[in-house]
Ligand binder design. Structure first.
Ligand code: PGA
Length: 233
């Protein structure tokens, strides 16, 4: 893993943007994208840039079960608002959280991943070490699946909802194995709340107890962190 230390999320967003720009200049066509507060500074850079994404394909990591694009808390809505409405892509994929047959939806999504190899995968990390919504205990070779969210994740995400009871308890997420199919990983983490997870990801054993530690098995991972997130390294 290559670690890049930055002063703050703004600088981290600029750094990640530079890496995407270089990747696109070198032929990258498929971006794996993430939601949450972490990638927001990156999306701001993308929106404010003069880069053209209209030939690019994006594949998002996950979506809450039961929410669709018209629901403001859905990840489809988040992506439309933060990026796609302002910078059109050729195709944008987000799991369909309203699919009637979720097993079929997971299979369909994995086929999308297999037919569009992700060139650059953007990742955040949960306080419990999750990547995507792959909570501790998820097999490291897992493919797209339905996940039960942990209390830690529900609490971390309740800020987006009126009350904690409104946070969906299940989601469709690319598996750890699906994520690792991407060619290059860029994981960003900011703030002290991420310090333990960053430590486990970088220095800890590769274990299902720390999903992000699976990134040690990938040969092209760039970690962009501020001093607070790096404080336990
Ligand atoms: P955050 O979430 O960017 O909102 O901190 C990251 C994650 O849970 O993966």
């Amino acid at each position: 893993m290559k670690i890049i230390r930055v002063a703050n999320a703004e600088e981290g967003g600029k750094k990640a943007f530079e890496l995407i720009k270089e990747g696109m200049a070198a032929g990258a066509k498929v971006l794996g994208l993430a939601t949450g507060s972490t990638p927001e500074t990156l999306y701001k850079e993308m929106v404010e840039s003069d880069l053209d994404f209209s030939n690019m394909v994006s594949i998002n990591l996950d979506e809450y079960v039961g929410l669709g694009g018209n629901d403001e808390q859905s990840y489809r809505h988040f992506m439309n608002e933060k990026l796609f409405n302002k910078k059109p892509f050729k195709d944008t994929y987000v799991p369909n959280g309203k699919a009637e047959d979720l097993t079929a939806e997971c299979k369909r999504y994995e086929e999308i991943i297999d037919s569009h190899t992700v060139d650059i995968q953007i990742l955040g990390i949960g306080q419990n070490g999750h990547i995507g919504f792959n909570e501790p205990g998820t097999p490291l070779d897992s493919l797209t699946h339905v996940v039960e969210l942990t209390e830690s994740t529900i609490n971390a995400n309740k800020r987006y909802f009126e009350k904690v009871e409104d946070v969906p308890t299940t989601a469709v997420s690319m598996g750890i194995g699906s994520i690792l199919k991407g060619k290059k990983m860029i994981l960003m983490a900011y703030g002290e709340a991420k310090a333990d997870a960053v430590k486990g990801m970088v220095d800890g054993p590769v274990t299902i107890d720390m999903p992000a530690s699976a990134l040690q098995n990938h040969d092209d991972v760039i970690v962009i962190i501020d001093e607070a997130a790096a404080s336990k390294l």
